[in-house]
Design a protein around this ligand. Structure first.
Ligand code: FPP
Length: 234
């Protein structure tokens, strides 16, 4: 099996999964959070080096307050309780997105987990929280503009590599495969710059039903595709 180095996932369908079972939407998210942790282990086991998941978008703040709170609490719990597991499994955690809008205790827990796992050499787990790709690009451009203004760089020296490095994902290779669950076939402002050459894979499975077999199916489909990066095949 040809395994992609970096897999990104838009975990969609938690709400629909719950509704179908007569459960509150938040139960779908709770189950979804358990699934992410399992898929991280499976991804690692399959040889994937980077896993990036879309946990909370810049648009998700407009959901009902109770749902926003439930999602934030799931993320809070993850940040505060997963250090031992990350140490055991050699996982490095990074959080993408504008963290300045998150609750101070969550920001502190994220900073701590990122710092404590920074030296781990196994799979890198990137969680996008209060993330929007356009917002990320705007923040990166501001950073570069400040560098030019303060004389740290020249406008002419700004190239694709410089912009890539200024993004939240700076230093991380671009995703090879982007998976979206639950039937929707759109990107929803996720990693717009980074997925320029990614293979896209859509499945009807809702995220809480996603499992190792589904991940393997996506990898298998990826392996059958021919990536040409704009060139010609031999
Ligand atoms: C989309 O389903 C899912 C989300 C907006 C949240 C995803 C977050 C998690 C699975 C928790 C992440 C936790 C960790 C530890 C990383 P939806 O609510 O839009 O579903 P719907 O389209 O069926 O309504």
């Amino acid at each position: 099996m040809m395994v992609p180095q970096h897999v990104a996932i838009i975990m969609d369908g938690n709400g629909r999964w719950a509704k179908k079972r007569g459960l509150p939407r938040t139960m779908g998210h709770t189950r979804g959070a358990q699934v992410v942790e399992q898929i991280l282990e499976d991804a690692d086991d399959l040889g994937i080096r980077y896993l990036t998941v879309y946990a909370f978008s810049t648009e998700n703040w407009s959901r009902p307050a109770a749902e926003v709170k439930a999602l934030m609490n799931l993320l809070r719990t993850y940040m505060k309780t997963s250090l031992a597991k990350c140490a055991k499994n050699n996982v490095r955690v990074r959080v993408l997105g504008d963290k300045t809008k998150l609750a101070p205790d969550l920001q502190a827990a994220i900073a701590n987990l990122e710092k404590e796992t920074a030296g781990n050499t196994g799979i890198t787990f990137q969680i996008a929280i209060n993330y929007g790709a356009r917002d990320e690009i705007v923040r990166a451009v501001r950073k570069l503009a400040a560098d030019v203004k303060d004389g740290r760089t020249d406008a002419d020296a700004i190239d694709e590599a410089a912009l890539s490095n200024a993004l939240d994902t700076g230093g991380i290779p671009d995703p090879d495969l982007l998976i979206r669950t639950c039937g929707e076939e759109r990107i929803s402002n996720f990693l717009l710059w980074q997925i320029a050459y990614a293979e896209l894979y859509f499945t009807d499975k809702a995220w809480p039903d996603f499992d190792r077999a589904e991940l393997e199916k996506a990898i298998e489909a990826y392996g059958k595709r021919e990536r040409r990066y704009g060139g010609l095949s031999e």
